[in-house]
Each structure stands twice: as C-alpha cells, then as structure tokens.
Design a protein around this ligand. Structure first.
Ligand code: UDP
Ligand code: MN
Length: 358
C-alpha cells in the first residue's frame, strides 16, 4: 500500500510537488504564528463587553472586602446581596419599574396626605398609589386617581392593617412592576435614592429589603387550634412597616400561591400579628428568604435627630413621630418649626432645591 502511494506521489510532476510542499510549509508557519500570538497577547481580539468588565471588577472588589474586613452577621447579609448582584448585571431599574404603595386611612387624608403630595410625591406621581378605607373625591383628584378604597375597616388594629397590606400586595402582583415598596403615610421617601438602592439588586432574584426595629428576631409559637398542640417555636426577622420595605417581583411571585388573592389576611389571623410581622413570617419563615437589612430605611421608632444632615441624600426613607408635645424629627435648618413641624418641607428643599416651595 505504502509502496503504491509512494509510487503514485512519485508520478506527480516535480512542479506540483514543490507547490504542495510550499503550501504545507506556509500553513505550518501560519498556525505556529497564531498559537504564539494568542499566548503572548492574551486573546486581545476577544473584546470583553463593558458590562462584563464591570461585573468582573465588582467581583474582585467584593472579594477583597470580604477578606480584609471582620464581617458581622448583619454585614453578611449585605455581602450576600452584593455578591449575588455581581452576576451579569440586569438592565438598569427605572422609577417606572417601582410600585410605591402608601398605607393611609380616611382620617389621615387631610392631615398627612397634603404633606406627601406637596413634597416627595412630586417626584413619583405616576408610580405612587394610596391605599385607604373610604371613598374621598377630593383626594381621589389630588392623587390623580391613585387613591384605592380597599374596603378594609378603618381602625388601627391588626386585621384592618393586614387587610390593606393584602390589597397592596395583590395590586402589585397584578401590575407589571419589578419592585413593590410599601410605606406609611408618615414616611418621606427619597425617590432618587430608592431607585439607586434598587439598582443594586436584581428583581429577578428574591429580595426582601428593609430594616427591623427590634434587636433580635421575633420568636413566636404557633398553635393548631383544633388539636391544641403547639408547633415548635419559630424565629424570624421582619422589616418595620413604618420605615418602609421593598420586595422584588421574583419573591412576590413565590409569595403569590400562599399569600396572594387575600390569603395574606388568613396568615395574619393565624399568627395574630400585624401586617409587617405577617410579611416577615411569610418571607423569612414560610419561604426561607432572609431579610436584607438596609440601614437607610427609617421609622419613628428610632430617634430621627441622630441622622446626620450630611447623610440625608443617602437615606431612603424618613419618618416623624409626636408624643404629646415632643416631636421625634430630623434635625435640619429651613422653615420654622411652626410651619414645618415634621421637617419634611425643609428636607424636601434641602434635597431638591429646584422644587422648593417657599
Ligand atoms: N393606619 C390605618 N388605619 C388606622 C390608623 C392608621 O391604616 O386606623 C395607618 C396609617 O395611615 C399609617 C400606619 O397605619 O400609614 C401607621 O399609623 P400611625 O403612623 O398613626 O401609627 P404608628 O403605628 O406608626 O404608631
Ligand atoms: Mn407612624
């Protein structure tokens, strides 16, 4: 066989033989050059996209941070979030991707809603919805038709509050928004900061962002009513409703079969705790998604005066409280305390001078 091949190659004219040899040599040289170039220059022809470079940098930075610092349990949660969001970055979140819901009640319309409508609401008119317990033509107009009568009772008691939260959640689920953010009607929402916060997390992952107002997780024990036996005690964190909290769409979708369509109220009935605790129970206990603590949410359960004015820009929400004649409010220059007892008008002017109404 070899002989016959040799014989047939021998029969090829010398000119053609030479050409074949030259072509084989050129091919070998080209191949060797390519291999050499790739090893030296590190595949420079393969350009990393900008977003891929950003992700790569993020991973490095977080990794260093993890090694160098002494991570406390609370920080571990934040790092979990940072590291997870370092997977290929989702498209940027816009204000329009957020469903902002504000819980209110008829008797608060006059004394709380105007302040919101004249301040932070100006920056999120289309994205904000108010959940109340009665019809009100005046505020229906003032909110641009964004006042929802939940038909829930109008008392500050557990079942009424859970009822409103249930309607808020269901309306978010019916929307196509990526984030659900709940606030009380005594919160000031720093709208651009809320957007920039949510940009750090992917709505396609399960996120429960907020701040607890207690130092340790809540511990409750459940009882099967009929059998009168206690389940083992359960421990979970919950984000204080009065500071505001946000839930990603992905998490809300997993909540839907157990807490959607009004079932949130039944869960509240079962554990006999208010709306924000029920939310923590559903998310942390039933779905095993941990609360990610975001320190920039504030309720009036904490002293407002300790929030430094140089950090106002960075805070997501503020609150105010009044105990007899004592106001728990942020410390800020601006309007006098008589015309701006909650300090929200002064805060709004401080954050958005171009919007300032004197
Ligand atoms: N709220 C309500 N129904 C009521 C009383 C209050 O829905 O009968 C709402 C109120 O609008 C606010 C939240 O519950 O958004 C908390 O109420 P408030 O600030 O008066 O009391 P807190 O619980 O903060 O002490
Ligand atoms: Mn309050």
């Amino acid at each position: 066989m070899w002989f016959s091949c040799k014989t047939s190659f021998d029969s090829v004219p010398n000119r053609v033989k030479l050409m074949i040899k030259v072509m084989a040599f050129v091919a070998l040289v080209l191949y060797l050059t390519l291999v050499l170039c790739q090893n030296v220059s590190g595949y420079q022809d393969l350009k990393l996209s900008d977003s891929f470079r950003r992700v790569a940098n993020t991973v490095d930075v977080k990794h260093d941070f993890r090694i160098k610092t002494n991570i406390k349990p609370k920080d571990e949660l934040k790092i979990r979030s940072a590291a997870t969001s370092a997977t290929p970055k989702p498209p940027t979140i816009e204000l329009n991707d957020i469903f902002i819901s504000v819980k209110t009640t008829k008797s608060n319309h006059n004394n709380r809603l105007d302040l919101i409508l004249n301040t932070w609401h100006q920056l999120a008119k289309e994205q904000t919805w108010f959940f109340t317990d009665d019809d009100d033509k005046v505020y229906q107009d003032k909110t641009g038709g964004h006042l929802i009568n939940t038909n829930c009772s109008n008392g500050h008691f557990r079942r009424a509050l859970c009822c409103k939260m249930s309607v808020e959640l269901d309306m978010f689920l019916e929307s196509s928004k990526k984030w659900f953010c709940h606030f009380d009607d005594d919160n000031y929402v720093n709208v651009p900061r809320l957007v920039s916060l949510l940009n750090e997390y992917s709505p396609t992952m399960e996120w429960y962002l907020g701040k607890p107002s207690v130092a340790s997780p809540l511990e409750i024990h459940l009882e099967y009513k009929k059998r009168k036996v206690s389940e083992p005690r359960v421990k979970f964190w919950f984000a204080t409703g009065g500071a505001g909290f946000c839930i990603s769409r992905s998490l809300a979708l997993r909540m839907m079969p157990i807490a959607g369509g009004g079932k949130f109220i039944s869960i509240g009935d079962r554990i006999r705790f208010p709306d924000d605790v029920t939310m923590g129970f559903v998310i942390e206990h039933l779905l095993s998604v941990p609360l990610t603590v975001v320190d920039q949410f504030h309720s009036h359960l904490e002293p407002m005066e300790y929030i430094g004015s140089d950090t106002f820009q960075n805070q997501v929400s503020f609150s105010y409280g009044k105990n007899q004649n004592d106001w728990n409010v942020i410390n800020i220059d601006g309007f006098d305390k008589l015309s701006d007892p909650t300090r929200y008008r002064s805060l709004h002017c401080h954050l958005f001078p171009q919007q300032c109404k004197r």
